[in-house]
Structure formats: structure tokens, C-alpha cells
Write a protein that binds this ligand. Structure first.
Ligand code: NAP
Length: 279
């Protein structure tokens, strides 16, 4: 299959590596000439250009740019596509993207791979990033079932687990397990940095180990991604953040009142519930 990738960064580059290894011909388009050169040198793509015209022969195109650039990219790409070309994206927010792109191109299937690292750009691209992880597709009433089937087959070939849901449900779900954690984790780093005693801050930095590495990971990632999550999934994120603030206030009261039994009950519950998120 001829597969086009626009945006040769962490996600686009990683998709290109896996799909090329599966025998597809990969046509990559990125914003910078240097990224295109690196993508060729590293064997990420077969062909690369800064010009969207390169994708004229593509059967399926993955749009892997930052969220704000997805719809404008589709608009610029349309003049070069044949009617049968299937477009899909990898944006972390779906409702805003699908609402903008579906009216532009009917053969469009919204998508979101639930995989990532704290790094960005073509240098961060890696093989097998999607293996074993969820990959959500968010077709709407107007999405042709053949387009969904083809994107689904490609995603399954990456050995990712395919989930189908509507864009709104996707955004509410990822607000809990992806966007809220980014904000909480970033706030954790921020709160630690507000320690006023330099010697204590230094010691905390020296003593931090696996626990802090785990809890600070998503807050220490690509800032552009966090801003996009908040900007394009504002409503669902605010709902989750408000609930989180309420829970935090309750936790403060429990600790202030030294009600260790209540705290123990709460932590027993969270210990029980955590595995339910990884079934
Ligand atoms: P990234 O590493 O920064 O890659 C984005 C790439 O897009 C950049 O390398 C840049 O290429 C290119 N680009 C930017 N504007 C462009 C434009 N107007 N036209 C063409 N290319 C453009 O970011 P990423 O983490 O891969 O994220 C890309 C998408 O994946 C986002 O929509 C994000 O929501 C989604 N996503 C990210 C993660 C994650 O954990 N990172 C997970 C799932 C989904 P140049 O190098 O040429 O400038």
C-alpha cells in the first residue's frame, strides 16, 4: 500500500518506521527540509518532501501534525488527492478535529494512538511504539465503513488494540486518563519547585527516585502537546480538573483532622481500583 505521513515527528516517524517494516511504501511530508533529510537518512520513509504534492499517489494518509495544524493541512492536501484516498489523523483530541475535518473530506477516520514518550521530533521516532497499546478510532455517522475497515486493518497490523467510540466519549475518557494526568503531573513538578529552602530543594532533587520519575513523567513532556490538550479538550478537562480539586480539598481535610482510618479506607479503594485501568 502507498501510505502518506504528514508530520514526521515522534508519532508520524514511529508510524512510518513500523509501516515501512511491514512492507508499505512510505511517503513522508514534514514542515522542515532538515526533518525530511533525517527521515530519509534514518530509513524512516522511502520518500520525503516539504511539499504535500508528494502524497498524490497515497492510498491512505496519516496526519500527524500538532492538533492546530490538522484541519489546515487537510485543506492544503485536498487538491492533490484522488477521491478514494483515505485520511486519518492521530490527534490527542477528537471532537474538535472530527467536526472540522469530516465536512472537508468524507473519507476521513479520526484516530488516536494511546502511545507516546516524553520526547518529540524525528529523533524521537521509534519502532514498536504502538505494539500492545490501545489505538482509538472515532468514526461518525457519515464515515464510510470501508474507510474504517481499512484504517482498522492497518492499525491492527501494528499489533495495537483497536477501540471504536464516538469523538465526544473519547474526549471525556482521555480527559481522565491522559489530559488530567498531564496537568496534575506538571503541577506536581511546579509545587516541588516552590520549596523555598534551597538546601531542601537540592536534597529532594538528589533523593528523587522511581516514584517521582513515574509521577512526574507526563508532566515533564512536550509543552506544546499539553497546551493543545487544554485548548482543544477544554470542557472535558475542566470537568476532570474540578473534580480533582474537590478530591484534593477532601484529602487536605482528612489529613488536617488526622483521620487516618478515612485515609486508609481511601487508599484501600484506590489500590483496588488501579488494576481496573490496566485490564
Ligand atoms: P512532534 O514530535 O512534535 O511531531 C510533530 C511533527 O509535525 C513535527 O516533527 C513537525 O515537523 C511536524 N509539523 C508541525 N507543523 C506542521 C505542519 N504545519 N505541516 C507539516 N508538518 C508539521 O509531535 P508528536 O508528539 O508526534 O504529536 C503529533 C500528533 O500526535 C499531535 O496531534 C498529538 O496530539 C498526537 N499524539 C501525540 C502523542 C504523544 O504522546 N506525543 C500521543 C498520541 C497522539 P518538522 O520537524 O518538519 O517541523
Amino acid at each position: 500500500m502507498n501510505i502518506g505521513i504528514v508530520g514526521l515527528g515522534l508519532i508520524g516517524g514511529s508510524l512510518a518506521l513500523d509501516l515501512r517494516a511491514l512492507g508499505h511504501q512510505i511517503w513522508g511530508v514534514s514542515r522542515q527540509e532538515r526533518t525530511c533529510q533525517l527521515a530519509i537518512e534514518r530509513g524512516v520513509v522511502d520518500h520525503a518532501s516539504v511539499n504535500l504534492k508528494l502524497l498524490a499517489k497515497a492510498d491512505v494518509v496519516f496526519i500527524c501534525t500538532p492538533i492546530a495544524a490538522i484541519a489546515p493541512t487537510v485543506q492544503q492536501l485536498i487538491p492533490y488527492l484522488s477521491r478514494e484516498t483515505i485520511l486519518t489523523d492521530v490527534g490527542s483530541v477528537k471532537q474538535a478535529v472530527v467536526e472540522e475535518v469530516a465536512p472537508l473530506w468524507s473519507n476521513f477516520v479520526g484516530g488516536h494512538p494511546m502511545s507516546g514518550t516524553a520526547d518529540s521530533g524525528i529523533e524521537a521516532a521509534q519502532s514498536n511504539l504502538f505494539a500492545g497499546n490501545p489505538y482509538v478510532l472515532t468514526p461518525v455517522e457519515t464515515t464510510p465503513s470501508t474507510a474504517v475497515k481499512i484504517v482498522e486493518e492497518i492499525v491492527r497490523s501494528l499489533t495495537a488494540q483497536v477501540y471504536l467510540c464516538c469523538p465526544e466519549e473519547h474526549d471525556r475518557a482521555v480527559a481522565w486518563i491522559s489530559h488530567l494526568p498531564v496537568m496534575v503531573s506538571a503541577n506536581l513538578i511546579d509545587a516541588c519547585m516552590s520549596e523555598t529552602e534551597p538546601a531542601v530543594l537540592k536534597l529532594a532533587q538528589q533523593l528523587s527516585s522511581s516514584g517521582f520519575r513515574d509521577t512526574s513523567r507526563v508532566g515533564g513532556g512536550n509543552p506544546e502537546l499539553g497546551v493543545m490538550m487544554a485548548r482543544y479538550n477544554r470542557e472535558a478537562l475542566l470537568r476532570s480538573l474540578t473534580t480533582y480539586r474537590h478530591n484534593l480539598d477532601q484529602l487536605i481535610k482528612v489529613v488536617e483532622s488526622q483521620d487516618w482510618q478515612v485515609l486508609d479506607n481511601k487508599l484501600q479503594q484506590t489500590q483496588l481500583h488501579r488494576p481496573e485501568f490496566f485490564c
